[in-house]
Design a protein. Structure first.
Length: 259
């Protein structure tokens, strides 16, 4: 079997595009990419290829204003991205989900698991960027925060585009982020949790994962630290695939049908 493309009109003006390999039964895996990334990165492709080889149903998609999906970044919020992700995974209900989230995608994966709207059987979180928007906002000067509030957006240099190119973040993104705070109070998850974080991550401190592990309530939880690992964790892809296999639900012999 091969992946097929899909598109969903999840919100007014938003079309989410992705690819899925769906057997039509059993568990479904989903990859959620990071901020200003897309679902065709090295980790996303490795996970899709691994799923195909293992006979897993698997899906991946671009968040709104990322990759092939529509929308402008200035208008996005964590709540909007979470609703888009819920629209994707609800297509597979009531089948159990294994969620693999990278950076922002890990934050969204926790939101999906906490929503109670879909049956999440396991979480693999890669360099989870919990509360990264709040941390960034707090790092700015009061003058810049005041300007952002007054203008309604902040223009930032785009390091992945020609010199002088900027992208804009709306202030609503910051206002909305606090609704999804997972570090200031206990978080209860319905499934086993595995976090993988690089020891040398210069984007999201390892301390963020350690703090979350300390107060998250889950049937099982652990943190895997990759020596010398950076934020992208591409060198840790073999370990990531192992952790997906470890959490993948196995058929229950008591309910198996023998032809």
């Amino acid at each position: 079997m091969h992946e097929t493309s899909f598109s969903l009109n999840t919100r007014p003006g938003i079309i989410i595009r992705g690819r899925a390999l769906d057997l039509g039964y059993g568990p479904v895996g989903l990859f959620l990419h990071g901020f200003r990334s897309h679902c065709d990165g090295e980790k996303a492709q490795a996970l899709a290829a691994h799923a195909r080889g293992r006979g897993y149903s698997w899906a991946r998609f671009d968040l709104a204003a990322h990759g092939a999906s529509s929308g402008t970044l200035e208008e996005q919020t964590v709540s909007g991205w979470l609703e888009d992700a819920l629209s994707v995974v609800e297509r597979y209900a009531p089948r159990p989900l294994i969620l693999v989230g990278s950076s922002l995608g890990a934050w969204l994966a926790v939101g999906l698991a906490r929503s109670g709207r879909v049956p999440v059987a396991g979480l693999v979180l890669l360099a989870p960027a919990f509360n990264f928007l709040q941390r960034y906002y707090a790092s700015l000067s009061e003058d810049l925060r005041r300007q952002w509030r007054a203008d309604g957006y902040l223009a930032l240099p785009d390091l992945y585009a020609p010199a002088g190119t900027v992208y804009r973040l709306g202030h609503r993104l910051i206002e909305d982020a606090d609704l999804h705070d997972v570090l200031s109070s206990p978080v209860t998850l319905p499934c086993p949790l595995t976090m993988i974080h690089g020891e040398q991550d210069s984007v999201v401190p390892l301390a963020v994962s350690k703090a979350f592990l300390g107060h998250a309530q889950a049937p099982a939880k652990r943190l895997v630290v990759i020596p010398g690992g950076d934020h992208r964790l591409t060198a840790a892809i073999p370990r990531i695939l192992e952790e997906v296999d470890a959490l993948w639900p196995r058929p229950n012999p008591a309910t198996a049908v023998i032809a």
